[in-house]
Ligand binder design. Structure first.
Ligand SMILES: *Cc1c(COP(=O)(O)O)cnc(C)c1O
Length: 371
């Protein structure tokens, strides 16, 4: 048999680093019996989407979109005081995280992120053949020294979500600056601010200023979370011209739809909706955390959060798994994360006021009944 005949019997073989990837597991929206549940598992905005953004949807043309999202980048630039030439759009910020790894790392290179970091970083690193390097956490938070201790000659990219998902933890400006200052200048620091708009303005972590001033910082943001446009898949990033040019070279040419561009521009202009969403989240999160802290004697421990969710540890008789099932029985789907090494925790998105009251009451009832 000729070589081609032998080869024709074999199936295509994926690259080993691709086979090692565990596909992303999205938050569920249905219970075991298929009935819809109130979904507090995907960090969506309980206030929905700005009316102005919904209105813009109807007006968008169905032909090819502007490949450069010019109007949207201009609006983002104006809103944040960034030169629009330094803004790159992605099909969700997920695309930009993947492009950052692909653009700067490959086989033999290392990509660092924290344990209990966003699960896309692992996929992004492996997709391009790089080796993921995981830094230990500090009581579930991001540990700057642990990240720095892992930097080697092979390090190309460091991913930090701030606030982090799924922990909700947040590094203040001084820690982010210290991390950046201690990294070699040829390491790309990706600061993922998917929840940036939820942080109070006075607690800004300085990421956008770092991206404006240095050649090795990429900040990513998204329209999926506070803006309520997750279905449209729109993210953006900003950094030095060289970084933006690299990502533009490898992104999809029409990676943001016309509808998405129009809706995002309208959403950005509706500052009242964003502020109302931030305030609702802050107030409900404070109220919810206080109720969970009152269950500390039953082993419940809500971690401090700057995001629109609270990671709650179950360290007593009531297990996270039992609480997850109990909440599902009561009509709520939250996120249980055994696949991310967190079988002891539930990530609960901050929803409407009445739902948060119902969840807190249900957790109390289950905790008191557990032995
Ligand atoms: C949700 C999320 C994203 C991105 O979402 P997109 O919908 O792809 O923009 C990025 N990073 C973190 C930490 C997230 O939680």
């Amino acid at each position: 048999m000729s070589e081609t005949e032998t080869r024709s019997k074999a199936a295509p073989t994926p690259k080993p680093w691709i086979e090692a990837i565990h596909a992303y597991v999205p938050g569920k929206s249905k219970g075991k019996d298929g009935r819809p549940l109130i979904k507090l598992s995907a960090n969506e905005n309980p206030l929905g989407t700005s009316e102005a953004a919904l209105a813009a949807k109807a007006a968008a043309p169905a032909l090819y979109p502007d490949p450069d999202s010019t109007a949207l980048r201009t609006a983002i630039g104006a809103r944040h005081g960034i030169d629009p030439a330094r803004v790159v759009m992605g099909t969700g910020s997920d695309e930009l995280l993947n492009l950052a790894a692909q653009g700067y790392a490959g086989l033999g290179d290392e990509v660092i992120y924290v344990r209990y970091g966003f699960s896309v970083y692992d996929i992004a690193a492996r997709r391009c053949g790089a080796t993921p390097v995981v830094a230990p956490d500090a009581d579930y938070g991001t540990d700057v020294d642990a990240l720095l201790a892992l930097v080697t000659d092979r390090t190309r990219v460091v991913f930090v979500a701030n606030p982090n998902n799924p922990t909700g933890s947040y590094l203040p400006k001084g820690d982010i600056a210290r991390l950046h200052a201690a990294l070699p200048s040829d390491v790309l620091l990706v600061l993922d601010q998917a929840y940036g708009e939820y942080v109070a303005p006075e607690d800004d972590d300085g990421a956008l200023a770092l991206a404006a001033a240095h050649d090795n910082v990429l900040v990513t943001r998204t329209f999926s979370k506070i803006f309520g446009l997750a279905g449209e898949r729109i993210g953006w990033g900003t950094g030095a011209p060289g970084i933006v040019a690299t990502l533009n070279r490898i992104r999809g040419p029409f990676n943001v739809s016309s509808t998405g561009q129009a809706m995002a521009e309208a959403a950005l202009a509706d500052a009242d909706f964003v502020e109302a969403s931030r305030v609702h989240n802050r107030d409900e999160r404070d109220r919810f955390v206080a109720k969970l802290e009152a269950l500390g004697n039953h082993g419940l421990r809500p971690l401090p959060s700057q995001a629109n969710f609270v990671l709650t540890l179950f360290e007593g008789a009531l297990s996270a798994e039992a609480a997850f099932e109990g909440l599902a029985d009561r009509g709520y789907i939250v996120r249980w994360l055994p696949g991310q090494g967190l079988p002891q925790a539930l990530r609960i998105t901050i929803g409407k006021s009445a739902d948060m009251d119902a969840i807190a009451a249900a957790l109390r009832e289950m905790a008191e009944a557990a032995k």
